[in-house]
Design a protein around this ligand. Structure first.
Ligand code: TYD
Ligand code: MG
Length: 447
């Protein structure tokens, strides 16, 4: 086959060059050149035909047919199962459990009657077999240790599996292009081939993509626009939970999460994460406050911890794990200015137990309570739980999903709830302490 003509294009400004350049002469960015196939303009123009648009009303709506993977936590994230002919990316750091989860899904789908072709470009068939024995996977899965995109495509077309799994996209190479496996150009070209298999041939394609700690490096990020759904694996190897979150989903909501625990026999879904997260919590210790957070539509109770110690540094240290550092700094400023608690001579450490990352503003109140409790060295009353956004003037704002948060707190037996005073004069739910400003915090801690 003749090698298609290729050129290099800056991904920042679109500047084209016949060969790779380290720095774009046009926009000045470094390392932005990606190899692309060149279609000559004259050829493209001669092929133009008038297409016939379709009236929206004439489009027959089909209910996307879904196949449940049989792993409830995974199905929840997918929005009920895998949609036929979709391309799903499973992204995450190396070693987090992507291969394990997909092999478990493959096993379950295979026992459910779907044909599965598992392309293991990263490992030998023997290595996959070892993992399969560990998790007790079915024998029906077809394995293909292969990295060449053309071979994979041809084999998939010959075998016609219902489900095609690629582990991983970074090991796949399109030999018609230069560039090592895993480079942006390669990943893109391979993704385009997989998209074709999914859309034209109706195969459901699951692709593994590695991301580094920094979340960059050629790979999943450049795929996100192409694929139908991006599931990202969060947490790290040393923590209890692995959370699978839908970062994008054309066929479902992006607000669902699946919670797993890595065990001796693969990943196990965790039905009651709050109980696991709160299991090792020390009660009656200063600097700890339970937060009722909501992940997707799922309430989750996590412990926010703060440690405030006298500082021996000119610039006191502020360190946050699991919440945004900026959020901690802001909360310290608000407490100092609006509640008179001074942290200027203290180092401050904040951590969310269990390796969970909290991004929602509802963490503010729990953070403020944990910081106050740590600063005053007084434990919060037993059974305390909090959620609410704190503004710069110290005012407290209510957050969404109050009911599920309260229900989860009640289920776990935590009954001293601090939340924002409901607006519009409506009454706070029974058993809750509503406060309207961060000023009221020191008093509460003392009570
Ligand atoms: P793996 O799925 O290979 O990670 P990835 O494909 O994301 O790189 O495995 C992740 C880790 O989990 C690996 O270090 C071994 C461990 N593991 C278990 O603890 N229990 C198990 O049953 C399996 C299969 C793996
Ligand atoms: Mg793997």
């Amino acid at each position: 086959m003749a090698k298609p003509r290729t050129g290099w294009r800056c991904q920042q400004c679109g500047y084209g060059a016949p060969k790779w350049l380290g720095r774009c002469p046009d926009c000045g960015e470094f390392g932005t050149f990606v190899e692309e196939a060149v279609t000559s303009a004259s050829v493209a123009v001669s092929r133009v035909v008038v297409a016939k648009p379709i009236r929206l009303g004439d489009v027959v709506s089909t209910n996307a047919s879904r196949t449940a993977t049989g792993i409830p936590e995974l199905d929840r994230v997918l929005g009920g199962g895998l949609v036929r002919g979709s391309l799903v990316l499973l992204a995450g750091e190396p070693g987090i459990g992507k291969s394990t989860l997909l092999l478990q899904a493959a096993a379950s789908l295979s026992s459910g009657g779907s044909s599965v072709l598992y392309v293991c470009g990263e490992e030998s068939a023997e290595q996959v077999k070892l993992r399969a024995e560990r998790i007790g996977a079915a024998d029906g899965i077809m394995l293909l240790p292969e990295v060449d995109a053309a071979v994979i495509e041809a084999t998939a077309l010959a075998e016609r599996p219902d489900i095609l799994i690629i582990d991983s996209v970074q090991t796949m190479v399109d030999s018609s292009l230069d560039g090592v496996a895993g480079s942006v150009g390669q990943v893109r070209a391979c993704a385009a081939r997989l998209m074709h298999l999914a859309k034209s041939e109706g195969m459901t394609v699951l692709v593994v993509g590695h991301v580094t700690k920094e979340g960059t490096v050629a790979g999943p990020r450049v795929l996100e626009h192409t694929v139908d759904a991006v599931l990202s694996f969060e947490g790290d190897r040393d923590h209890v939970f692995r959370i699978v979150r839908a970062a994008k989903n054309r066929f479902g909501s992006v607000s669902e999460i699946g919670v797993f625990e890595m065990g001796e026999r693969g990943l196990v879904g965790v039905a009651n994460p709050s109980a696991v997260l709160l299991a090792d919590r020390a009660v009656d210790v200063p600097g700890s406050c339970v937060l009722a957070t909501v992940e997707g539509t799922r309430p989750l109770l996590v412990e926010v911890q703060a440690l405030v110690t006298p500082s021996y540094l000119q610039m006191p240290r502020r360190l946050a794990v699991g919440v945004d550092n900026a959020r901690v700094l802001q909360m310290l400023a608000v407490l100092e200015r609006r509640a008179g608690l001074v942290f200027g001579q203290h180092d401050v450490y904040v951590s969310v137990a269990g390796g969970v990352k909290i991004a929602e503003p509802a963490v503010d109140l729990a953070l403020a309570l944990a910081l106050t409790s740590a600063r005053l060295d007084r434990a919060l009353p037993a059974g305390t739980i909090a959620f609410g956004e704190v503004g710069l003037t110290g005012e407290l704002r209510s957050v969404r999903h109050t009911q599920p948060r309260l229900a989860e707190a009640a289920r776990m037996g935590l009954d001293r709830v601090f939340l924002a005073a409901p607006s519009g004069g409506s009454k706070a739910p029974a058993g809750t302490r509503s406060i309207s400003s961060v000023r009221e915090i020191p008093g509460i801690v003392g009570s």
